[in-house]
Design a protein around this ligand. Structure first.
Ligand code: ADP
Length: 360
């Protein structure tokens, strides 16, 4: 039988493209190790996010490619993940935060904060280091949704220490002001607080910082979007026409600010009756997917209207939604989380390529 060589395995791995990053795994530096023991080959693949939406496909492609090498009779895979940064090298604001994802909405009440929390805890559950910044001055609800209401951040070495809620680092305008008082805030004041959140909070090293922005396209979300160095925005909407109209406006606002839109998420997409299984599309359905097509931004998935999501949100127990809800709800949320992480990986790959492009 022919001896399997390291070079022959690598040559085959060069034929396997990451389906989203459109480059081969060797060029992307995702192959960390290849071990060969006669016909048994062991490949260590390092993903660009633990929430990789295409892990299964990459695994199958690697296996098939390596099996094409003469003499290989088995392939085992080892996985790890190293989140890559989408931020420019040398960024002074939040230098140890690899990616900043702003969650916005065209209007209030569509579940923007709920989705921010689910994104943060979903990414954390998959193994990422995550922070959640509540910049929704109109109604800072993140402390309630993560069960840290009333917490007061301590100060260490002149930096505020975020509150740890089940492994996710939380900072909220709600820790500084009473909820009802937050309503009278104006753009410049908000800008000051957000600057503090960026410069005087010890976020430590984070793979993802999720920022829950105020809804709408007015003065305050605009000021905030301009103050925070972002990887991109995610727009949450419900399927009604009116919500979609507002969502389109939000996508355009972020684009005008040069903050690319990572995609649109449709929340309260449909309702599945727990008793009879009937699917009801209360607010119509599919509008967000159509709007994404029309605006040429990715569609990141749909989250059903579900009582467990609401109950756990009120109780401040998002981990329960991710661990204990009905399968269809969990898998819908997982799809949204992995699709978002996938778009961030694409952004970070573009960032890696940026210097090369500018030289050419
Ligand atoms: P927004 O931040 O857009 O104002 P919230 O996240 O505060 O909206 O959500 C508004 C209400 O709707 C909350 O009570 C929340 O628990 C509920 N909610 C949000 N998304 C869902 C969902 N998919 N299923 C059930 N309830 C939801």
């Amino acid at each position: 039988m022919a001896d399997v060589t390291h070079d022959a395995v690598i040559e085959q791995l060069r034929t396997v493209n990451d389906p989203e990053l459109h480059k081969d795994l060797v060029t992307l530096n995702m192959i960390k190790d290849v071990k060969i023991d006669n016909g048994a080959v062991h490949v260590h693949v390092e993903l660009t996010t633990p929430a990789c939406p295409l892990k299964d496909q990459i695994g199958r492609d690697v296996e098939n490619a390596v099996k094409r090498v003469n003499g290989v009779d088995s392939v085992t895979l080892e996985w790890s993940a190293q989140v890559r940064s989408s931020r420019e090298a040398g960024t002074t604001q939040l230098p140890n935060v690899k990616n900043v994802i702003a969650v916005g909405a065209g209007k209030g009440g569509v579940g923007k904060s709920t989705v921010s929390v689910l994104l943060a805890y979903g990414l954390h559950r998959m193994g990422a280091k995550v922070g959640l910044m509540d910049a929704d001055v109109y109604g800072p609800s993140i402390p309630t949704m993560t069960n840290v209401e009333g917490a007061k951040p301590t100060v260490r070495d002149n930096l505020m220490v975020p509150i740890d809620a089940g492994g996710v680092k939380i900072m909220s305008i709600g820790f500084m002001v009473e909820r009802d008082k937050a309503l009278i805030w104006r753009g410049p004041m908000v800008h000051g607080v957000v600057k503090q959140f960026l410069e005087q909070v010890d976020w430590g090293e984070l793979d993802y910082l999720i920022v829950d922005l105020p809804p709408g396209t007015g003065d305050v979300p605009l000021t905030l979007a301009q103050s925070i160095p972002m990887t991109g925005s995610v727009i949450v909407c419900t399927p009604q026409d009116i919500a979609l109209l507002d969502a389109r406006r939000a996508v355009k606002m972020y684009e005008q600010l040069n903050v690319g839109c990572l995609g649109i998420i449709e929340n309260m997409s449909y309702y599945l009756c727990p008793k009879c299984g009937h699917r009801d599309e209360l607010f119509d359905h599919g509008g967000a997917r159509n709007a994404s097509d029309e605006l040429s931004v990715p569609f990141l998935g749909e989250i059903p209207l579900n009582a467990t999501i609401r109950v756990n949100s009120d109780k401040g127990a998002p981990e329960k939604t991710l661990a204990e809800t009905e399968d269809y709800v969990r898998s819908a949320i997982e799809k949204v989380v992995t699709a978002t992480a996938g778009q961030v990986s694409i952004k970070s790959q573009l960032q890696v390529m940026a210097p090369t492009l500018s030289i050419e």
